[in-house]
Design a protein around this ligand. Structure first.
Ligand SMILES: *Cc1c(COP(=O)(O)O)cnc(C)c1O
Length: 346
């Protein structure tokens, strides 16, 4: 029985990276690789990114950051922003990861580990610009900066960056966040520090709002070719992943494909369109291990149906499917289970 596959295109991924870099330059791309590179698979994605010249990686957690260090080598800059345990902090310091720091408590723990190990921590301080999800409050900012600067003078810390995260849901809220971010950067400047990495924006704001970009842009989704829900198409950016299922039975006007909810295909997707050798057809129903697609002339066992991605039968993104069930493209990919084989090609 032919199992479904996620086909991953290294060349499309690299072309997306190039398109994103061209778009955001002179801001530097930080490729976000959390959630196993948005379910594309970390190891080939880092290899391809290095080949494409990516210098900054955003790993979310330290464990993933250490994997990126092994794959990418000593020169890559790797930003890990999850608040972590002492053991993980020690590993991060030894492997020269850049740490995102959103609380004074975490800053204190990092400085303590740097002192214990005799190593300087690379720190990016995070200002809360309104999301209230981990970030130093504006009223605590000056004291956090003083603490970081004291540690810097003691050789325990390098203040490499200032950052925050914005919702990218309304221009107005993002503008308010940007103003708070600029205030935080100004206070750091007044302390005499000149951090090189200032970063606020993810995919959507980096692409559409150049005035909000810092010296670095943290981008995941668009590099994988996942556009925003309800967002327009992106020039030069295409899905790097395709989900392909094989026809296992043909009966009258009903074609069975080997892909179902046990593979992570949401059953709420029935009614959406999938790509067949004869053009788009309706996905009639989703069963546990197989699903029914509306037939086409000459349908035969072994034919391939493209559920999403850049296939021979026209491009349809995970986001298009996601919009149908009111979620985001990343969700469609990260829900696919290990039953779905990942196959990487150039
Ligand atoms: C996931 C994430 C990003 C990347 O977001 P995309 O919209 O996928 O580009 C950037 N920054 C932070 C803090 C994130 O968690």
């Amino acid at each position: 029985m032919s199992r479904p596959e996620v086909r991953l295109s290294s060349s499309i991924f690299r072309a997306n990276i190039q398109a994103v870099r061209d778009r955001v330059a002179p801001s530097a791309l930080m490729l976000v690789v959390k959630d196993d590179a948005y379910a594309h698979g970390l190891s080939w994605a880092v290899d391809a990114a290095i080949e494409a010249g990516v210098e900054w990686f955003g790993s979310y957690d330290i464990r993933t950051g250490l994997s990126v260090r092994r794959l990418a080598g000593g020169d890559a800059r790797i930003f890990a922003w999850a608040t972590s345990t002492e053991t993980e902090i020690d590993d991060a310091l030894m492997q020269r990861l850049d740490l995102g720091v959103g609380t004074i408590e975490y800053l204190g723990r990092i400085i303590a580990r740097a002192e214990a190990l005799g190593a300087a921590a690379r720190v990016h301080l995070k200002i809360d610009t309104g999301l209230h999800r981990n970030g130093i409050l504006p009223e605590d900012w000056a004291s956090a900066v003083r603490q970081a600067r004291r540690a810097e003078q003691a050789g325990l810390l390098e203040l490499e960056g200032v950052w925050s995260h914005i919702a990218e849901a309304s221009d107005e809220d993002d503008d308010i966040a940007h103003a708070a971010f600029r205030d935080a950067v100004r206070i750091v400047g007044e302390s005499g520090a000149v951090p090189g990495a200032l970063h606020l924006t993810a995919s959507a704001a980096s692409w559409w709002r150049p005035e909000l970009r810092g010296t670095v842009s943290r981008i995941g989704a668009f590099c994988y070719g996942i556009r925003s829900a309800d967002g327009p198409e992106l020039e030069g950016v295409h899905p790097a992943a395709s989900l392909v299922a094989t026809v296992s039975a043909v009966e009258d006007d009903r074609v069975t494909i080997e892909l179902g909810s046990f593979d992570g295909l949401p059953s709420t997707l029935s009614g959406s369109l999938v790509g067949t050798p004869d053009g788009p057809r309706t996905l009639v129903s989703v069963g546990p291990t197989s699903s029914i697609v509306e037939g086409w002339p000459g349908a035969e066992v072994g034919a391939e149906v493209v559920v999403f991605g850049a296939g021979a039968h026209g491009e349809k993104s995970a986001t298009t499917l996601a919009e149908r069930i009111d979620t985001v493209g990343e969700e469609i990919l990260t829900r696919l289970t290990p039953r779905v084989r990942r196959v990487v090609a150039d």
